[in-house]
Write a protein that binds this ligand. Structure first.
Ligand code: COA
Length: 338
């Protein structure tokens, strides 16, 4: 698939190391075997050496080239605890950090923070929240970002043509509201937050070879409807243009105006995005999560994500229903973005 070309080129240009938090899971071991055979990245598996070896033998996987790290016996645990306690000063005690680090979601995240790995992939058994929370608490937002969000990359082959689109945020932010300082002054509007999601989703899209044309979605096109989050979508377009003047973005649009040239001709003929959008921004997580799943289940798209954006290091979450091939591809995405 052409959408992986850039990521594979990145991986071949500089070898990265990925940490898998669920080192005994058969799907993880199968993907790790394949990644190591193809020499795409270094692999760290979290778990006890005996249990990883037993699970690998049971599935017939060769992970002999992986590094297995067990939080129960990790020789540098004291240093990791001290580093985490410093990072979480005032929010978690040293004892709480030590306890958290017995779990591989926190342990794996700290391995990234400590520079032992470049990227992390988890969530084969952990929930999204339990995979993402340690990243939010420890890895934090990158410089210039105020929030972490996510996108899905959707791919299908139709009539002999490859089609790749991006959607955000379908998985992380439960809502957008104005951020106030202690005196009640607005320091960041909800629209500025959604604008940041749009800019980051466009950047993620570009990593997959998409030339982003970004539509901010709504149930209204250019003010045809009122109420709900129409104003938020409208204002987010303006805020995104301020944030990144080179971004090709427009809205607010109904989905049909965003993708159908015919509908765009009647509803918004002068737009440079309407009718040809390939990067879609949802005003709320419900719309985004339902929307990408409709594309996946009824539209025949393969869905990759949620791909986290705005973090200081690439950390991604798997669906608990994932299969080994998805783990393999998500590992390429995650390490390729490092
Ligand atoms: C991501 C999520 C787990 C965070 O929730 P939470 O742990 O309750 O978050 P909290 O408000 O307690 O914040 C925890 C920390 O993360 C930070 N944080 C929370 N959301 C953040 C965001 N979007 N960007 C950056 N930082 C964020 C907080 O500032 C806080 O940092 P601190 O502890 O250093 O002060 C939550 O938003 C969530 O459940 N999202 C939906 C996940 C989901 O189920 N998706 C659908 C499946 S794909």
């Amino acid at each position: 698939m052409a959408m992986f070309d850039k990521l594979l080129a990145n991986l071949r240009a500089s070898k990265k190391t990925i940490v898998f938090t669920e080192g005994t899971d058969a799907r993880i071991l199968s993907a790790a075997d394949r990644l190591l055979k193809e020499d795409l990245m270094g692999v760290i598996l979290c778990g006890s050496a005996e249990e990883v070896a037993a699970a690998a033998a049971a599935g017939g996987f060769d992970v002999s080239k992986a590094t297995v790290l067990d939080p129960a016996t990790y020789p540098e645990m004291d240093a990791l605890v001290a580093q985490m306690a410093e990072l979480r000063k005032g929010k978690m005690t040293e004892e709480e950090c030590r306890k958290a680090l017995t779990k591989s979601n926190y342990f794996g995240t700290m391995l990234v923070k400590a520079g032992k790995a470049d990227a992390l992939l988890g969530g084969a058994t952990y929930s999204t929240a339990d995979t993402v929370r340690p990243a939010l608490q420890i890895i934090k937002t990158k410089k210039g970002s105020s929030l972490v969000s996510s996108s899905f990359i959707l791919f299908r082959e139709k009539d002999g043509k490859e089609e790749t689109i991006a959607m955000g945020d379908c998985a992380i932010n439960l809502g957008y509201s104005d951020k106030l300082d202690k005196d009640g002054n607005v320091v960041q509007t909800a629209a500025q937050q959604l604008a940041e999601v749009a800019v980051e989703t466009a950047r993620t899209a570009a990593c997959f070879g998409i030339d982003p044309k970004v539509a901010v979605l709504s149930f209204s096109t250019y003010g045809s409807g009122k109420g709900g989050t129409v104003q938020l979508s409208h204002d987010a377009v303006l805020a995104a243009r301020e944030l990144d003047p080179n971004l090709v973005i427009d809205g607010e649009f109904q989905f049909d105006a965003a993708v159908s040239a015919e509908v765009a001709k009647t509803k918004c003929p002068d737009s440079k995005v309407a009718g040809q959008a390939n990067t879609f921004i949802f005003p709320m997580i419900e719309a985004g999560n339902i929307g990408y799943k409709i594309a996946q289940r009824l539209g025949g798209f393969e869905a990759y994500g949620p791909i986290l954006q705005g973090l200081n290091a690439p950390i991604n979450d798997l669906s608990r229903g994932c299969v080994a091939d998805e783990v393999y591809k998500m590992a390429i995405i995650t390490a390729g973005m490092a």
